[in-house]
Design a protein around this ligand. Sequence first.
Ligand SMILES: [Zn+2]
Length: 750
Amino acid sequence: MEEQRRKELEETLIGWAVEALGRWTGMSSPPASLPDRSAQWLSHYGRILSRDWHPDGRGERLLSILSLVKPPKVEAVQQVFVPARPLSLETILPDDDRQTSATDLWQAFVGEFGRLPEGEGRFETFIHLFRKYAWSVPCTYGEAGVSLYDEFKALAALMYASGGTEAPAEEFLLVGGDIPGIQDFVYTITSKGAAKGLRGRSFFLQLLGDAVVRALRRELGRLPETNVIYAAGGNFMLLVPAGSEAVLEEWQAGFNRSLLKEFEGDLYLALAWETLPSSVVGTSEFAAARERLGARVAAAKSRRFVEVVQRDGWSALFRPQGKGGLDYCHICQREPRPGEKLVAETTEAGEEVRKCGLCRSFEALARDIAYDPLWMVVAAADDAARQDSGWPRLLARLTGFAYRFEHDPPRVEDGEAAYIFNHTDLESVHGFRFLANVTPRIGAADRRWVQEHYPDLVVPPGERIKDFGLMARQSEGIQRVGVLRMDVDNLGLIFGRYLRGSMAQTSALSAALELFFAGHLNRICRDVAAQGEHDNSIYVIYAGGDDLFVVGSWDRMPILAERIRGDFAAYTGHNPHLTLSGGVTLEERKFPLYRAAERAGEAEGKAKQYTRDGCEKDAFCFLGQVVAWGEEWELLRETERSFSSLVDAGVPRSLLRVAQILHTQFIDTRRRALKAEREAGQEPTLRRLYWGRWVWMAAYSLTRLARGCPKEQKEEILKIQREWIEPGKRIHFLGLAARWAEYKLRGGEK
Ligand SMILES: [Zn+2]
């Protein structure tokens, strides 16, 4: 695109957007406006979004895109509207009544608009500024769930992908990318001092995704960020000009060749594309194109490096043989490269660990990003960046971009782009990003605590991330680390059947999920950690897109999962078709990470298989047992609390043993009864009570326990006794509640 055309395009889009926001807020004299000569031009593109589109439309209020998610032929869910306010992680929940008046919204926007940089970077910064103020304002043409920002983004994407021509292109290319390999790359490392580098490794993959998108935008004619329909972690979708196939093929082959050389096959970019006729952009047929693209990306994943082999022959895949030496990095288990020296370090556990340069640089990255506020500066990589060491050198060589992180507002040179994380204040930056980066750094309070409780434990000085050993020791009760995995149920159905959205709706839904998992999750983690004895006991290993992986002191994990689920329900307006399932497993201080990741994944899988009373999923697996969120979870929590408070008040701990034994007997009785019912051809039901020896045992043991207790506790025990043998769900969670309470009470056990 010629420079002159690019300028006109930017002026047109900015002018229209500013006017549209002014119109919605009811304010006049906007600081920019749509040039008259451009109205026709823009309308051609607007009509791709909707036949009724016209430049001066105005919406009423923004229906949350999350309210549109429901299976076809099912009653509409309760509608939730997004309160008009600037985008901020202070609050993203719709039931929070902090609302900004239209006047204030407009004046704040105009103030920041006046401070936009001139020249290069102006349009990119405007994209972020407009997102901040128009994300909660409805679009001008009445498409449900689409904000004025989403509309602006779609218009800009279409215009750039058409090369800015007067008439829009008749077709585009939808590009999908994925960098699989998080399992191989992040979790297969050993657990020796692994906590330090874990977030660095997983974040490096996110950075790689960011840099790939940036490189593709550059290669395909300097496309702005509006052409990124979504990007979360290593997974992305772009709208690019038709006819870009050759450039994409060439770039992918070169990139994967470099990846193969650097990572010996552990990481791979699966890239695929699909022709997108302009006629489907604004309709639900877009979902079909998205599905075809998804199938192509999946196929590309199963043919790893085929494009490299086609060009370089099979020999490209033969890994360089190690020298078979005894020296290898204790973290990634790779032999040092020629000329590379491993560095020996001593962990808190007193083990000597030898580390390669790359693993050490991932540890530095994990420390670097554990800050709030945090800035990222990106520039085209020069020779110095390519000669750098560790991850910055890798990223520069692979993508041509140099990344760095700062903890104070950065001084930005020409050609650099700066971003702030988790804040939307655009002062001296080009944009903002959301990143789940809650990281437990060892503080003065931790050092005092270690000295007091574990005087033999050496915590080396300097800036350190808390290791799993200390997280386990600082748990309440039994010393374990909790590993939590959680994600949105039925994601494929949500995008494929429940929404079947247009391009703008798809982009809006992805952004809404990303805002929760990459952004709001930070607040949840900090709040839940702060309620514990140590306020830095939670470590986000990865969160974004629609899922999360968090490690921390075990006692915080069920509380964290409960809060995530509660906030997600509030965020979606309690939409019953948007639910989360997850699982927590408990690990001893030294555990193989890949096993822990697997076990937590299995627990999550069990929760997703849970069916009851015509419902499925929307459940949580804890200590090996699955509990549905809602009524079942409340019962469990209530029972656990009553156990804990009874034991705290002096009732013998044998209460917890009795509860577990009774539960086991109940399960046995029930299993036998269910078998008999099945054989007799009857429908089994969870709510029925199965009488057996356990009922008399319960009556006997609890009466005996109550006998020695003061009046108040005696009544509580007798209440429990009555509730246990009543038909109901409580008995099912008795054993789990007792085990939970017991773990919390097992003080100081190793
Ligand atoms: Zn290594």
